[in-house]
Write a protein of this length. Structure first.
Length: 243
């Protein structure tokens, strides 16, 4: 499966939720149709041993309150402090909103520039790290063709056709989730470590800092379109890092 992966720092708790449909759960084809027509994307899913330790089962839907506690305050669902909370958590988001209000017709590229400008002005710590995994255009088009056939079948009242094409959309989604989970299983095994202590200080010629195994707590978000509304299957994978 051809993919492009980009890693970035996240400063806006609200960003991902602006694109998520928080209504009743739907099937895979319904989420595709809604995302392509109105931008409503499916909810996120928890992954990782760190998430399980916090009480989230693999694949469990990400809810807003525990998400905000973990990523915004470094707290578990019961309010237990897990680490140092990031400073000025919403400053960059507020600055970005003000900059965007002055340029309401900004392109996607210009919006990225404004986000960078807001972060520089805020000088805040990141709330999370976001690994965005974008599938190839050919896979996005293939997935969209299945979803479009499901949409046309529903419009025509063809229940059998709708069931057939919807099942294929779900099958492709399942393959994407399996690939994402397999990749993160490998990442956890090979790179699931965190640094503690100071690595600047040496004692008897050795660094005093240490590396320890860390259990990742990741919120995965499968999305169908780009910021400009084009077909682009991609997955945002967010981890709080120092939690």
């Amino acid at each position: 499966m051809a993919v492009v992966a980009t890693l970035s720092k996240g400063y806006d708790l609200d960003y991902i939720w602006k694109q998520v449909d928080r209504g009743p759960a739907k099937d895979a084809a319904s989420y595709y149709i809604q995302a392509s027509e109105t931008g409503g994307e499916p909810p996120g899913r928890w992954w990782g041993p760190g998430a399980r330790a916090l009480g989230f089962e693999p694949g469990q839907t990400v809810e807003r309150q525990p998400y905000d506690l973990l990523f915004g305050e470094r707290k578990s669902p019961d309010g237990t402090q897990l680490g140092r909370p990031p400073g000025n958590g919403r400053n960059a988001a507020d600055l970005y909103a003000a900059l965007l209000a002055a340029e309401p017709h900004a392109t996607a590229e210009r919006k990225r520039e404004l986000r960078t400008e807001a972060v520089k002005k805020a000088r805040q710590s990141p709330l999370f790290f976001d690994l965005t995994i974008s599938l190839s255009k050919s896979i996005s088009i293939f997935h969209a063709s299945l979803g479009e056939n499901a949409r046309l079948a529903r419009q025509a009242g063809d229940q059998q056709g709708n069931a057939y094409w919807s099942a294929l959309v779900a099958e492709v989604d399942d393959m994407i989730w399996q690939a994402i989970n397999a990749g993160f299983d490998y990442f956890q095994r090979e790179a699931g470590y965190t640094r503690t202590g100071s690595h600047n200080t040496r004692i008897h010629g050795r660094e005093s800092g240490q590396w320890h195994e860390a259990d990742l707590a990741v919120a995965h978000w499968l999305q169908h379109t780009s910021r400009d509304g084009d077909m682009q299957l991609h997955v945002h994978s967010q981890d709080p890092g120092g939690a």
